[in-house]
Design a binder for this molecule. Structure first.
Ligand code: GLY
Length: 387
């Protein structure tokens, strides 16, 4: 099995010399996947990161939920989420194969779907408003009454009023994914440079791909801001799998929480959403998450509180990612700003960026996500000039 703390056994810190075809800044899943796929297509690729996988992906829960995460007014983003979700099973199989794993289960890939639940009448009304919108888009999500919910997950609190099932939403373990992608990248010939990049001009490459999450702001001037998320990891007694199988997205006294059960006994409980740049885990954050989790699944009170962490989602002004060439720097491609969806959007981002690297032409699917929709620090946006 690829454990969360495992590292590639191959030499991945080869000294970097000579001009590369592609320098990828950022060794999270998106940067690693771009590097791996570009190298498979014959490019000479370097990844620059002092600690690959130590950013948002080390904190993330790994929900692949294009349906349950489809939000009002984000139709273009929802289309991209669905596109990427459809690519995930093949992508996972390719990563697993390239990393020498026995299959996608070793990445923590699970397909039981998401249950959306509301505990009080008000919570249910809020959840229902959202899934009615999702159904209106034609997305697969089906309402369940309290009996239907408890039939699927008997451990849910008796007071849970009702909910819905999104059967096509999946999950993956981001830490296992990063480890596997590092192995795949090394095997494909990617060279890792374990150092931070402070200026893109320092990189000796034909094309630079900035996949540095929040770090992209300082490197490109794009308006990427940190959105703090505190998240917990619980552990079921005796190392048994948790007593529930679905990802649970719950609404509890006006607060939203998600519970992601893993076969190795872990339950990820997330996450706060805070407009802050620190990574302090606070008593209030832990209390808020635990209260909601235990109100919805009382058995969780018996689980070990194994880990508390906080990370930064790279947020953008319109909550959508930024993928494409910089208008005034055609040698720089950005792939960042994935906000709440970095893991889900990994396959589509990586594949479309590598297509762009290969063909020089941006796929039309990227049109809503171009960097030039934003003004960069020290720049005038192309769209403002046109107006
Ligand atoms: N995708 C879940 C989160 O950002 O908390």
């Amino acid at each position: 099995m690829v454990g969360g703390d495992a590292h590639p056994t191959e030499s991945d810190h080869v000294p970097a010399t000579g001009r590369a075809d592609v320098a990828v800044v950022g060794g999270g899943p998106i940067g690693l996947a771009i590097a791996w796929l570009a190298s498979v297509r014959g490019m000479r690729v370097r990844v620059h990161d002092p600690a690959p996988g130590s950013g948002a992906s080390g904190v993330a829960a790994g929900m692949l939920s294009p349906v349950a995460e489809a939000s009002f007014g984000e139709e273009a983003l929802t289309r991209l989420l669905l596109d990427s979700a459809a690519r995930w099973p093949d992508f996972a199989a390719e990563v697993a194969n390239a990393a020498g794993l026995t299959g996608i289960a070793e990445l923590g890939y699970r397909t039981e779907g998401t249950l959306v639940i509301g505990r009080t009448a008000d919570d249910l009304a809020e959840a229902r408003r959202l899934w009615a919108y999702q159904q209106g888009l034609g997305l697969p999500i089906t309402a369940l009454d309290a009996t239907g919910l408890h039939d699927r997950e008997p451990l849910l609190a008796p007071r849970v009023r009702g909910g819905a099932h999104a059967p096509d939403d999946h999950q993956v373990d981001p830490r296992r994914l990063v480890t596997a992608l590092r192995i795949a990248a090394v095997r494909a010939g990617v060279v890792f440079v374990p150092a931070a990049v402070h200026d893109l001009a320092d990189l000796d490459a034909d094309t630079v791909v900035v996949a540095a999450g929040c770090g992209a702001a300082g490197l490109t001037g794009l308006p990427i801001r940190p959105v703090k998320g505190q998240i917990l990891r619980l552990r079921a007694p005796g190392g048994e799998p948790p007593g529930f199988r679905h990802v649970i997205r719950g609404y509890n006294d006006g607060r939203s929480v998600y519970l992601v059960p893993r076969l190795d006994g872990e339950v990820v409980v997330g996450a706060t959403v805070e407009e802050r740049g620190d990574t302090t885990v606070t008593a209030g954050g832990v209390l808020e998450l635990l209260r909601a989790a235990i109100d919805l699944v009382p058995e969780l009170a018996e689980y070990e509180l194994a880990e508390t962490t906080a990370g930064h989602r790279p947020g953008t002004p319109d909550n959508a990612p930024v993928i494409g060439r910089l208008a005034d720097r055609p040698d720089v491609i950005v792939a960042t700003g994935h906000y709440r969806h970095g893991i889900l959007l990994t396959p589509v981002t990586a594949q479309l960026v590598v297509d762009l690297l290969t063909s020089g032409v941006a796929d039309p699917a990227l049109a809503p996500f171009t960097p030039d929709r934003f003004t960069r620090t020290g720049q005038t946006s192309v769209r403002e000039e046109i107006r």
